[in-house]
Design a protein around this ligand. Structure first.
Ligand SMILES: *[C@@H]1O[C@H](CO)[C@@H](O)[C@H](O)[C@H]1NC(C)=O
Ligand SMILES: *[C@@H]1O[C@H](CO)[C@@H](O)[C@H](O)[C@H]1NC(C)=O
Ligand SMILES: *[C@@H]1O[C@H](CO)[C@@H](O)[C@H](O)[C@H]1NC(C)=O
Ligand SMILES: *[C@@H]1O[C@H](CO)[C@@H](O)[C@H](O)[C@H]1NC(C)=O
Ligand SMILES: *[C@@H]1O[C@H](CO)[C@@H](O)[C@H](O)[C@H]1NC(C)=O
Ligand SMILES: *[C@@H]1O[C@H](CO)[C@@H](O)[C@H](O)[C@H]1NC(C)=O
Ligand SMILES: *[C@@H]1O[C@H](CO)[C@@H](O)[C@H](O)[C@H]1NC(C)=O
Ligand SMILES: *[C@@H]1O[C@H](CO)[C@@H](O)[C@H](O)[C@H]1NC(C)=O
Ligand SMILES: *[C@@H]1O[C@H](CO)[C@@H](O)[C@H](O)[C@H]1NC(C)=O
Ligand SMILES: *[C@@H]1O[C@H](CO)[C@@H](O)[C@H](O)[C@H]1NC(C)=O
Ligand SMILES: *[C@@H]1O[C@H](CO)[C@@H](O)[C@H](O)[C@H]1NC(C)=O
Ligand SMILES: *[C@@H]1O[C@H](CO)[C@@H](O)[C@H](O)[C@H]1NC(C)=O
Length: 804
């Protein structure tokens, strides 16, 4: 029976940390050595894109088999990082695919936006949306049809992941919201978004096969993920992406249950196309295809970059192989038609057939994968079009919003016109080895040769047109107060307090700003969570000399901070990867022109070993193995990554998930929970409904609305991020349920002594668990506790409700 009348049991104040008794659960590796077959790959019906689907159907019906195969297989003879060749006979200009998640990388006069991690740290849906809108506009203005982003995999199982910063947060709800905002916005700008990397791409180490000393092919690492964890953690944000209408999804390099992601029928056909109802196309990561017909039948729709050796014009597993396979009856042309329609439907839906800007000629000059001569059928335009418009304003604002104030003793910040400022570290100045960090080792070769770190490396980087360094911005801002700014950039010198500060007078400065950086790039995982370049010695040296030491980090993921409790370290600021306006964004925070409102989208623990529950799979033995199948990564921790681990095992952390200080204070009151499902009966199972993008649409029905009132109790205006966590019931015989999971957040600006009401809509999916036996999202019987607060460990109000 309907029970919404008894939903709200109590509300009250809670200060303690709720903890459950840790359960033991077993892991049977033998269950993860194969992937269940799901054939045939479901055909798209163009759900949500009906008009475009009809156009795509007519378009494809007019193509020869060879032309259809052209749509599916990339060519190296093109100006973009991925190219689908034009078909002039039917007036099709081809497709230009470009990196990456924070900038159109292979381009000049384009903006470098804050990284996904920084965007997540803002917890600001509106700013994340605008980032997507402007990114999309820049891709389109450069003639790119497909932008290779945003990223939800890696999700962030390990803080060491080299690409962690390209995506958003190890929390799937936060990442899901960021995916949805970004994709909706990018596609509103007219460019196709690409959600990547599907799925389990949680480490760089052995992401691709290698050749052993004895010439044995050692296969890529296998991410072995149980079904519940797949749904509730890794797939969750991809469901948001599909629901947002994402045009394409990129399958990943790794294997899943020992079968390559790009030919894993369970993942591509079963989970993505059938269950999530994905109507667009699956594209391979670059060189992630290891078979021809088998990958097609498993659900892959586009092979990138096409040729087997991807710097070459070598043949492809696809191309004329697919034409032959259809000709000899191995492959059904019905599947080829579906692939072609999947590719062309988003193209028509976004009206890319109408007056799309031609490709910027400079893209070809910058293309490290391109093979000359390019096909003369690609349409080019004048090189070096400036597409930046006024996007720098948003970049400055978002990076400030994603800057997290972690410590602030005795109001060390904001700065109050200090007479002397010391600025220290190899992260403050201009880069001396160029503005572009595509090369994965750029930052590894010197002390301060590569200056301030605004963005990581690899395909997810951006080509900076300029960088506002912290030093430049500080000098500009300090000049207004007539402050004396003195600086040292040599970390080796700074590490030695007996000689370091001889040039400084008066000494010590009123405030010492120490900048640290942490390199992270595609291709390599991090080997330490300490900041780079002798960071501990650098901070300790400055702090031994200066009793007002402020530490600022530029980083691509969690750091450990052994100096955090040093009495002379008065403030800590995590500035993440801010993009091109780095110094301006930071100075806005340091001087209080912007009140900090960023919150950690991950946990900062005390020690590296605290993260050992989900290490990168790696060892010397594995590096030297002759066993093709040796690289196995068992995701035994299940759902318990990041704060879910630390909460479940009741471990103390340095700075918890969701934490961040402000220059003002907020309180929270009047928590309420209301059933907003009307007189409808809430059943444990979702009502059956035709699958739409995102899966069963009733999973997104709003069942409850939680409200709370936020009051600014301090003296200055600021933005708060009230967060809603749910304690969902444990499920017998399943991998453990986390103590609490994030299920709502809002960023709200509040004036001093003013209040505002926030509301969090709880959808069916938000209060369900994935039942592996029923293969369905189920609302468990029992009570759910709603915990509202300002971080995962600053819970101010709780209320319970029983949905069934
Ligand atoms: C991986 O194996 C587990 C255990 O057998 C299974 O539940 C899950 O569906 C498999 N996933 C994939 C993608 O093969
Ligand atoms: C089919 O191709 C011809 C050119 O060969 C073109 O004139 C015609 O408009 C096309 N039809 C469709 C439906 O695209
Ligand atoms: C491995 O292959 C390379 C190139 O094909 C060859 O030169 C080398 O001798 C082989 N090594 C072994 C141990 O077979
Ligand atoms: C077909 O694929 C194989 C790899 O399996 C490759 O060696 C061959 O060159 C391809 N053929 C064509 C015509 O592209
Ligand atoms: C059909 O063609 C494919 C692709 O060239 C090839 O791999 C396969 O062996 C062929 N099958 C037959 C029965 O000829
Ligand atoms: C690191 O700091 C120590 C002092 O703790 C110093 O002896 C050493 O030279 C520094 N190393 C580098 C590479 O700067
Ligand atoms: C950095 O400082 C160290 C220690 O004083 C010194 O030996 C080294 O030459 C300096 N490096 C540069 C490039 O000046
Ligand atoms: C803190 O700074 C002062 C200098 O102002 C210094 O004398 C003191 O030793 C420092 N404290 C520590 C723990 O390094
Ligand atoms: C910090 O050092 C300054 C001198 O540099 C001194 O005036 C001030 O009292 C010190 N503050 C504390 C809390 O020790
Ligand atoms: C992987 O292990 C090898 C050999 O022990 C080591 O050299 C390498 O740094 C490790 N990689 C990571 C990311 O830890
Ligand atoms: C959690 O840990 C704290 C100390 O860190 C301890 O005081 C508390 O009793 C623990 N709670 C549970 C339920 O184990
Ligand atoms: C916030 O409140 C705490 C105590 O409730 C106080 O110590 C702190 O100074 C306040 N911070 C601000 C910025 O008002």
């Amino acid at each position: 029976m309907s029970s919404h009348r008894k939903n709200c049991i109590y509300t009250g104040l809670l200060v303690m940390l709720k903890v459950v008794t840790a359960q033991t659960f077993s892991w049977d590796h033998s269950l993860f050595t194969t992937s269940p077959p799901v054939y045939p790959s479901p055909a798209t019906a163009g759900i949500g894109w009906e008009i475009a689907f009809a156009q795509a159907g007519a378009f494809v019906a007019n193509l020869t088999l060879e032309e259809k195969v052209t749509l599916l297989t990339g060519v190296a003879q093109g100006p973009c990082i991925g190219n689908i060749a034009p078909i002039p006979r039917v007036g099709f200009d081809g497709l230009c695919l470009q990196d990456g998640p924070l900038s159109i990388r292979q381009a000049t006069y384009a903006s470098v936006f804050p990284a996904g991690l920084t965007a997540a740290a803002s917890w600001d849906k509106g700013l994340i949306y605008n980032r997507g809108l402007y990114l999309g506009a820049e891709f389109k203005a450069k003639g790119a049809h497909v932008a290779l982003g945003p990223v939800a995999g890696p999700l962030g199982r390990s803080g060491y992941a080299g690409r962690g910063w390209e995506g958003f947060s190890p929390d799937p709800y936060l990442t899901g919201v960021a995916m949805e905002q970004t994709i909706s916005a990018m596609q509103r700008s007219g460019v196709q978004a690409n959600a990547k990397h599907f799925i389990g791409n949680e480490q760089e180490t052995q992401r691709n096969p290698t050749i052993s000393q004895n010439n044995v092919t050692i296969e890529a690492v296998s991410s072995n993920i149980d079904d519940r964890t797949m749904h509730e953690l890794y797939m969750w944000p991809f469901a948001n992406a599909v629901r947002a209408g994402v045009a394409s999804v990129m399958c990943s390099y790794n294997r899943l249950n020992s079968s390559y992601s790009c030919q894993n029928s369970k993942a591509l056909s079963g989970l993505l196309k059938e269950e999530l109802g994905f109507q667009g196309y699956v594209m391979s990561d670059w060189g992630a295809v290891h078979a021809g017909v088998a990958s097609v039948e498993a659900g892959l729709d586009m092979n990138m970059p096409g040729p087997i050796g991807f710097f070459t014009t070598e043949p492809s597993f696809w191309g004329s192989n697919l034409t032959m396979a259809v000709g000899n009856g191995t492959l059904s042309e019905v599947r080829v038609d579906d692939m072609a329609r999947r590719i062309m439907t988003p193209y028509f839906h976004l009206r890319q057939d109408k007056d799309y800007p031609p490709i910027d000629m400079e893209s070809g000059n910058l293309n490290i994968l391109g093979v000359y001569p390019y096909l003369d059928t690609f349409k080019f335009e004048t090189a070096n079009v400036d597409v930046r418009q006024t996007h720098a304003q948003l970049i400055r604002e978002l990076a400030a919003a994603g800057t997290v104030l972690l410590k602030n003793i005795d109001n060390a910040l904001p700065l109050k016109a200090p007479k002397t400022i010391g600025v220290f570290g190899n992260d403050i100045g201009d880069p001396t080895n160029g503005l572009y960090t595509l090369s994965m080792s750029t930052n590894l070769g010197g002390n301060y040769e590569y200056g301030t770190l605004a963005v990581g490396g690899g395909s997810g980087t951006g080509r900076l047109t300029y960088i506002v360094t912290p030093l430049d911005a500080l000098k500009n801002r300090a000049a207004r107060d007539g402050s004396l700014v003195q600086y040292l950039l040599n970390n080796t010198l700074i590490s030695d307090p007996s000689i370091a500060f001889q040039s400084i007078a008066p000494s010590p400065p009123e405030v010492c700003l120490v900048f640290l950086k942490t390199w992270a790039a595609e291709g390599d995982d991090r080997t330490t969570l300490l900041a780079d370049w002798n960071s501990t010695a650098v901070v300790e040296s400055v702090a031994s000399y200066c009793n007002n030491t402020v530490v600022i980090t530029h980083t691509g993921g969690p750091n450990i901070m052994p100096w955090a409790n040093h009495p002379n370290v008065t403030a800590i600021v995590a500035a993440h990867f801010p993009g091109q306006e780095s110094g301006n964004s930071l100075v806005d925070i340091l001087y209080g022109d912007v009140n900090p409102s960023g919150k950690l989208p991950y946990t900062i623990a005390h020690k590296e070993v605290d993260y050992a529950f989900a290490d990168i799979t790696n060892s010397t033995d594995l590096q030297e193995t002759e066993d093709p199948n040796a690289w196995q990564s068992d995701f035994k921790e299940g759902l318990l990554i990041d704060y879910r681990h630390f909460d479940y095992y009741n471990r103390s952390v340095l700075y918890e998930f969701g934490f961040g200080l402000s220059y003002t204070n907020f309180s929270m009151s009047n928590l309420s929970i209301r059933n907003v499902y009307g007189n409808n009966i809430i059943t444990a199972r979702p009502l059956p409904a035709a699958i739409a993008p995102g899966g069963n649409p009733t999973l997104y029905d709003v069942l409850f609305r939680v409200r709370a009132e936020i009051t600014n109790t301090g003296l200055v205006a600021g933005a708060a991020v009230p967060q809603l966590y749910l304690s969902l019931p444990q499920i017998a015989g399943e991998t453990p349920t986390p103590v609490k999971v994030l299920r709502g957040f809002e960023k709200v600006s509040v004036q001093p002594a003013q209040s505002t009401t926030v509301s969090f809509d709880l959808m069916r999916r938000d209060i369900s668990y994935w039942d592996t036996k029923q293969q369905e999202w189920i609302i468990a019987p029992g009570t759910i506790e709603a915990q509202a607060g300002f971080s995962s460990r600053d819970i101010r109000l709780v209320a319970s409700f029983s949905p069934l």
